[in-house]
Design a protein around this ligand. Structure first.
Ligand SMILES: Nc1nc2c(c(=O)[nH]1)N[C@H]1C(S)=C(S)[C@@H](COP(=O)(O)OP(=O)(O)OC[C@H]3O[C@@H](n4cnc5c(=O)[nH]c(N)nc54)[C@H](O)[C@@H]3O)O[C@H]1N2
Ligand SMILES: Nc1nc2c(c(=O)[nH]1)N[C@H]1C(S)=C(S)[C@@H](COP(=O)(O)OP(=O)(O)OC[C@H]3O[C@@H](n4cnc5c(=O)[nH]c(N)nc54)[C@H](O)[C@@H]3O)O[C@H]1N2
Ligand code: SF4
Ligand SMILES: [Mo]
Length: 652
């Protein structure tokens, strides 16, 4: 038996170092690496489930083409040569008849590896295809925090054991980042740190926290001003820091002053007592406070503003970037070199990822190449997306490891090796450790690397650009020249672990070079200088449907290992009684966009007026949750509003 060291490539903050045991070319066991200060010797149910997922019956192992649309007509296995010829002919005829921008590359980090995900973009860059702005996940938070800080990087998960108060704000880390949670727990067990969770529902993190604050969804701007007001009134702010490192504090303080405990209670539902308790804890804290800003916080109508507002609290207390969000823009990695955006002479259009449904419906794209993503279940405005993927005049190609919901709607499906079947480099957006992702086993059956597919298509399309055929490891070496604290890619290839250099915490890329409480760049994008709380709608007939991931699934992945994502919705007992809804019985969630049938779970874990469901579930009537989500984009950063979905609910 041999142990091969690799890195989990899932779209997950923890990016674990995993040690995989292999016997006779078959994976026997996966273990979390014990020396890694982040992985700490354990992996999550997805890490352990990968073993089954690699060999599952849902693998795509050969190229397939559909005999015709609609999709009921089924797939037939075809040769690689036929598949590539078919795809390249469709690319060419789309360009000839509709122009290059009618080609859409729809890619996302199903595998975060630079070679599985970014390098294969080069062909589409060369062709001038349309790409998306990747705003589905974290952009609104980045853009919002960026208005005050320049870029949104901050403290490291590794700093958590040194902190005294850790606030998970719209962040279900116990499930979504289990290794960050483990570090927070270490701080609590070893040094008595206090863990606070701020979440409108009782999440796994809220249950395990010392203090749970339950605001109304979308009221976090108000809540942060309420806390700020308490800190200002009780000498909990750091005047020296404010003078030296920030601008715009007086305007901010004036807005905070308006958030009296009475007004705050009305908008957020949080009592004066609780604000006083938390405010006093923050002021008396022996050590640093960490504000762990979640992605869930910023996926709502007010999401970017919420992230902005929370990010300003540590500056008020005198900490340089005392928050953690996602560090992706805090590193020096030349992504545009790897993906070809730098080399191409033909810049394609970049469109809003959140509004893809609308664009498909308008007929903007005639050819879609899907890579590392499952948009037919994870995008909002999903009915439009799915209907368009099934249209005869839209040719859809999917390269995936598994028969995803999108693959089953495609015209051609190309088999990809999983991350365990290829060598790559994967960086976490949340920690700084980097090692080689080694190939653990050979690619199964006829699955072929994304770069091979890209280059074969390039040849068939008679592309001659050198950079399409560059040695990918040389490209990475070039792109990582300034990435590491010390060392280069060659050290990684020799088996070393290197640390990525993070931009300095006490450095702000704003026009003033300081933390801007009142953002000077906000008016350029039509945003207010200060984060402002919008009035929340109150209509007793409409519920807010919150939704987030659960432990065994990464988005749509792992249903082949753990079964379908439970089609269930949490509802408060008071609402259930009013509507005659019983625990365990079927209900229908509906709005203008769709009807989705689920089982009701009657629980105090959500407050009246709110619902929660796991994402991205498929309803019992085969209508997915995301069919209820509008394709509305946020003004700041263009992100989605998944936590502002309005629905009504009735008995089935
Ligand atoms: N197991 C698992 N882990 C994952 C993933 C996965 O699919 N499965 N996906 C990864 C990815 S790509 C992402 S983006 C992250 C997301 O992980 P997180 O950053 O933790 O974000 P979410 O889980 O979307 O939401 C976190 C919490 O925000 C709460 N929330 C919703 N609306 C509001 C609000 O208005 N105010 C406040 N204060 N809280 C609110 C929700 O109830 C939820 O409990 O998880 C990553 N980790
Ligand atoms: N309702 C609701 N929907 C949401 C969200 C929400 O909060 N609520 N959040 C959104 C967020 S934060 C995110 S990040 C998106 C995620 O949306 P997606 O990126 O669509 O997520 P996945 O379902 O994980 O799809 C990844 C696909 O990549 C495939 N894959 C895995 N490894 C490889 C590989 O090596 N090569 C290739 N070619 N394919 C591979 C997997 O099999 C899978 O089909 O979902 C969004 N959707
Ligand atoms: S999914 Fe995340 S927590 Fe689980 S093994 Fe992979 S990197 Fe680690
Ligand atoms: Mo995400």
């Amino acid at each position: 038996m041999e142990i091969i060291k690799t890195v989990c490539s899932r779209d997950c903050p923890d990016t674990c170092f995993i040690d995989v045991s292999v016997k006779d070319g078959r994976i026997i066991k996966s273990k979390g690496n014990a020396e890694s200060p982040i992985t700490q010797g354990f992996i999550c149910p997805r890490g352990t489930g990968d073993l089954k997922r690699v060999y599952s019956g849902k693998r795509v192992l050969y190229p397939f083409a559909k005999s015709g649309k609609p999709s009921s007509q089924g797939f037939s296995q075809i040769s690689w040569n036929d598949a590539l010829s078919k795809v390249s002919e469709m690319v060419q005829s789309t360009i000839d008849n509709h122009g290059n921008e009618a080609l859409l590359l729809y890619d996302y980090p199903g595998n975060q590896g630079f070679l599985s995900w970014q390098f294969p973009r080069r062909l589409w860059m060369a062709l001038g295809a349309t790409t998306t702005d990747y705003a589905l996940c974290s952009n609104s938070g980045h853009a919002g925090i960026g208005l005050h800080y320049g870029q949104a990087y901050g403290l490291q998960p590794e700093d958590l054991p040194e902190t005294s108060i850790i606030i998970f704000w719209g962040n279900n880390a116990k499930v979504s980042a289990p290794h960050q949670w483990a570090l927070a727990n270490k701080a609590r067990n070893n040094d008595g740190a206090t863990i606070i969770s701020i979440d409108p529902r009782k999440s796994e993190t809220s249950q395990a926290a010392d203090i749970w604050i339950q605001p109304r969804p979308g009221s976090d701007v108000a809540l942060s001003y309420g806390i700020a007001r308490y800190l200002i009134k009780h000498k909990g702010i750091n005047n020296e820091f404010l003078n030296e490192w920030t601008v715009g504090y007086p305007e901010y303080a004036a807005e905070a002053e308006r958030w009296t405990p009475e007004r705050l209670k009305k908008v957020t539902g949080i009592s004066r007592n609780l604000i006083e308790k938390v405010g006093a804890l923050l002021i008396e804290s022996k050590g640093p406070v960490a504000f762990m800003i979640g992605l869930g916080l910023q996926k709502s109508l007010q999401g970017a503003d919420a992230a902005r507002a929370v990010s300003l609290l540590p500056a008020l207390m005198g900490y340089h970037r005392g928050f953690h969000y996602s560090d992706s823009n805090g590193r020096n990695v030349d992504w545009n070199y790897i993906n070809g955006a730098r080399q191409t002479l033909r810049k394609g259009k970049k469109v809003s990822q959140v509004s893809i449904g609308k664009r498909l419906a308008r007929g903007e794209f005639k050819f879609v190449f899907v890579l590392g993503s499952n948009p037919a279940i994870t995008l909002p405005d999903l009915t439009a997306v799915r209907q368009c993927f099934e249209r005869e005049d839209v040719f859809v190609v999917v390269q995936d490891t598994h028969w995803s919901e999108t693959a089953s709607l495609a015209d051609v499906v190309l088999p990809a090796p999983t991350f365990l079947e290829k060598r790559d480099m994967v960086f976490s957006d949340h920690h700084l450790y980097s090692r080689l992702s080694q190939k653990v086993i050979e690619p199964l059956k006829e699955s072929r690397h994304e770069i091979w597919v890209m280059q074969e298509l390039a040849k068939k399309l008679k592309r001659t650009e050198d950079w399409l055929f560059e040695d990918p490891w040389q490209a990475l070496d070039q792109a990582f020249k300034a990435t590491y604290k010390s060392g280069q890619l060659k050290d990684i290839l020799e088996g070393k672990v290197l640390e990525i250099e993070l931009k300095p915490l006490a450095s702000y890329q704003t026009p003033s070079g300081k933390v801007e409480f009142s953002s000077s760049s906000a008016p350029n994008i039509g945003a207010s200088r200060l984060p402002l709380q919008e009035e929340l709608e109150t209509d007793n007939h409409w519920f807010v449907l919150l939704n987030s991931s659960i432990a065994k699934y990464t988005h749509s992945q792992f249903t082949d290992v753990y079964g379908p994502i439970p089609a269930m919705v949490w509802i408060n007992p008071k609402d259930a009684e009013k509507l005659g809804i019983q625990d365990g019985k079927k209900v229908v969630l509906f709005n203008d966009l769709a009807n989705v049938v689920m089982n009701a779970k009657v629980t105090d874990n959500v407050s009246p007026g709110n619902l929660w469901a796991p994402r991205p579930l498929m309803g019992l009537n085969s209508v997915p949750l995301n069919a209820l989500a509008p394709g509305t984009t946020q003004q700041i950063g263009g992100g989605p509003i998944f936590n502002s979905i309005k629905v009504k609910i009735t008995k089935h």
